[in-house]
Design a protein around this ligand. Structure first.
Ligand code: MLT
Length: 440
């Protein structure tokens, strides 16, 4: 009879043990029962970059990478992108259900009435160099808010968690817009509570002297959809960072700032900026075959292709492609889409990419749309961080309610010099030793 159990024999000692298999996993700590001697620390798992390690149970986001499926709380991403607003999806991620009309009314009111930044924070932002990268400004300013709201450190208080959750989601667009206007040398524009989340962000970015900013409904809807697509993606690097920093019970401003720092990396949220740089470098359709050849020779990667989890087409990239057409109707065509579409067409039928399951991911097309909408490449990752804040906070809240929560503290295998004394020449021996120094 099949049984949810795993039997392992340690051939070092001929010890055989059976471990329960729960939800397709075995508990790594169980393996420590395999010891080669009484003072042996016990067997550990070795998994750099957590290629196959589960660190939490989560009911927020589901991904089937082989089938190219992404669901938030059970809803398909394309269903949400078609039928919901970003604020409705943020509510779903945080509270588990789409809001009722009354709940939505209160949620919109709460978010809209927390968009303002304290004047002292504006002075803080004025301290940045004129050409400071918006991600550096965003990360530092979010961290600085932890000094404006010191009560945020009471992370065990649900009402406090709720208030800081609202403040963070409400203020991210304001900080992002201010970081852009600082770069442009433009005066800051205060939030407009009459507008929707995306519309207000656009008016804070681009309003000049006109009393009311005329928002393009097509562009505002496109931005709202892009926000939905980037809102959460289960245990990616930045959400894992949010959980790791949160596990030390740091306040949510410092945890979100840490998560945003991870997102700023070119291997994570910074990839959309890299894609645009790549498309600029390719420059024309004629240059594509030569470029693909160099990718195949391993000279460089095809940015925006491939994903740790998706071994199929990233569903977000598919939706972004559809949104691109609507955006270009308003903004005019962005030539780079031709190069991107041709790159995709070639890559999807080329065995080099197919055999490696390299498909366009969410970053491949997002940069082209952002640029067509008038965003500078330096703002692309900020546009990722704004909606992802809802995902980071949902992951953090789930962690804070998790009965298995402990401070994150992985183990290591020490491979350095075993022992030596200052001033005494010792024969340097490098031996693999486990945490308690017993020879492996
Ligand atoms: C994301 O949305 O965070 C990226 O696709 C990266 C990931 O999921 O690992």
């Amino acid at each position: 009879m099949p049984k949810d159990a795993l039997t392992i024999t340690d051939q070092r000692t001929n010890q055989t043990l059976e471990f329960p298999v729960e939800l397709g996993t075995v508990r790594a700590t169980e393996l420590r029962k395999f010891k080669t001697s009484p003072d042996d620390f016990g067997l550990m798992t070795y998994d750099p970059a957590f290629m196959n390690t589960v660190d939490c149970k989560s009911s927020i986001t589901f991904i089937d990478g082989d089938k190219g499926i992404l669901r938030y709380r059970g809803y398909d991403i394309d269903d949400l992108a078609e039928n919901c607003t970003f604020l409705q999806v943020a509510y779903l991620l945080l509270f588990g259900e789409l809001p009722t009309p009354e709940q939505e009314k209160q949620w919109r009111f709460d978010i809209t009435h927390h968009t303002m930044l304290p004047e002292s924070t504006k002075h803080f932002m004025n301290g940045f160099r004129h050409d400071a990268h918006p991600m550096g400004v965003l990360v530092s300013t979010v961290a600085a808010l932890s000094t404006v709201y010191p009560e945020a450190k009471h992370v065990h208080d649900p009402a406090n968690r709720q208030l800081q959750t609202i403040r963070l989601i409400a203020k991210m667009p304001t900080i992002a817009a201010y970081s852009y206007r600082h770069r442009m040398g433009f005066p800051y524009i205060y939030p407009d509570n009459d507008l929707s989340y995306a519309e207000n962000f656009m008016q804070m970015l681009w309003r000049m002297v006109e009393p009311k900013f005329a928002v393009s409904p097509v562009l505002a809807r496109a931005l709202d959809i892009l926000f939905i697509l980037h809102a959460d993606h289960e245990q990616n690097c930045s959400s894992t960072t949010m959980r790791v920093v949160g596990s030390a019970e740091a306040d949510p401003y410092l945890s979100v700032a840490s998560a945003a720092s991870a997102l700023s990396g070119p291997l994570h949220g910074g990839a959309n900026e890299e894609v645009l740089r790549m498309l600029d470098e390719i420059g024309s359709l004629a240059n594509i075959p030569a470029y693909i050849d160099r990718v195949k020779k391993g000279e460089f990667k095809l940015m925006g292709f491939g994903h740790r989890v998706y071994k199929n087409y990233d569903p977000r990239a598919r939706i972004i492609k559809e949104v691109a057409d609507q955006v270009f109707e308003v903004t005019g065509h962005n030539q780079k889409i031709e190069i991107a579409l041709e790159l995709e067409r070639i890559a999807l039928k080329d065995d080099y990419f197919v055999s490696r399951k390299l498909y366009p991911n969410v970053d491949f097309y997002s940069g082209i749309i952002y640029e067509a909408m008038g965003f500078q490449p330096e703002m692309f990752t900020v546009l990722f961080a704004i909606p992802r804040t809802a995902g980071w906070l949902a992951q953090w809240r789930e962690l804070m309610d998790d009965p298995e929560r402990k401070i994150a503290r992985p183990r290591q295998v020490y491979t350095g010099i075993v022992h030596r004394k200052v001033g005494r020449k010792t024969e340097v021996k490098h031996e693999a030793r486990d945490v308690v120094g017993v020879k492996g």
